[in-house]
Write a protein of this length. Structure first.
Length: 214
């Protein structure tokens, strides 16, 4: 493609809104699969999506923001997680879906985002806000159902407990790669999550030693 052709906007399809977003996000995922995160560029995405580079920069000032939006566009809706009728079934379905996503472009994006974020505290804070926000919304809905079924006590639902399963899944992914064995997912659910949510919360420590008897 010549420089003149590349900048001739009349040759591009006139797309706006969701149609343009879909084309851009698909281009990001295709670029991730083909060249990896390290070699992904805004120019390459614009060319593949047949979109104007300036329009990408107006909406996504950085590659990180564009990649995060593209990846999250393909993940399950955090407000509507799987409903199998039991807490164990819901947790297994959720972690399996996440493991499958990590085996594709989302996993490549996560590796790249984390490596880039480690050098920039502002970037890593943005990545953490996005990932934890989706995780907590999904887990909160699953646990709301479990409370309604009488499987767990509402007091057992805390932010730290809700983050545990995804944290362990990401840890295995980063250090062992993909595919994540189903046995690992089952162990996370049966050995960690179910005991966590079925156990009572401990009262906060007062920092004082217990009073002596007598």
């Amino acid at each position: 493609m010549t420089a003149g052709q590349e900048t001739d906007h009349r040759r591009r399809p006139r797309r706006r809104g969701p149609a343009l977003d879909e084309a851009i996000f698909q281009a990001v995922l295709d670029e991730l699969a083909e060249v990896g995160y390290a070699r992904l560029t805004m120019e390459g995405v614009a060319q593949r999506a047949r979109a104007g580079k300036a329009s990408l920069y107006r909406r996504w000032p950085t590659r990180i923001e564009l990649v995060m939006d593209a990846v999250y566009s393909r993940l399950p809706d955090p407000s509507a997680p799987p409903d199998t009728g039991s807490l164990r079934g819901d947790l297994l379905a959720l972690l399996r879906a996440n493991a499958e996503a990590l085996a594709g472009p989302a996993g490549e994006a996560m590796r790249g985002l984390l490596s880039e974020a480690l050098a920039d505290s502002e970037v890593i804070a943005r990545v953490r806000r996005n990932s934890q926000g989706a995780t907590l919304r999904t887990m909160r809905e699953i646990l709301r159902r479990a409370v309604g079924r009488g499987e767990i006590d509402p007091a057992a639902v805390t932010d730290r407990r809700m983050e545990a399963g995804h944290a362990l899944l990401r840890y295995h992914f980063l250090f062992n790669g993909t595919p994540i064995p189903d046995q690992v997912i089952t162990q996370i659910v049966d050995e960690v999550l179910l005991p966590l949510f079925r156990s009572p919360t401990c009262p906060p420590s007062t920092g004082r030693a217990p009073a002596a008897d007598g």
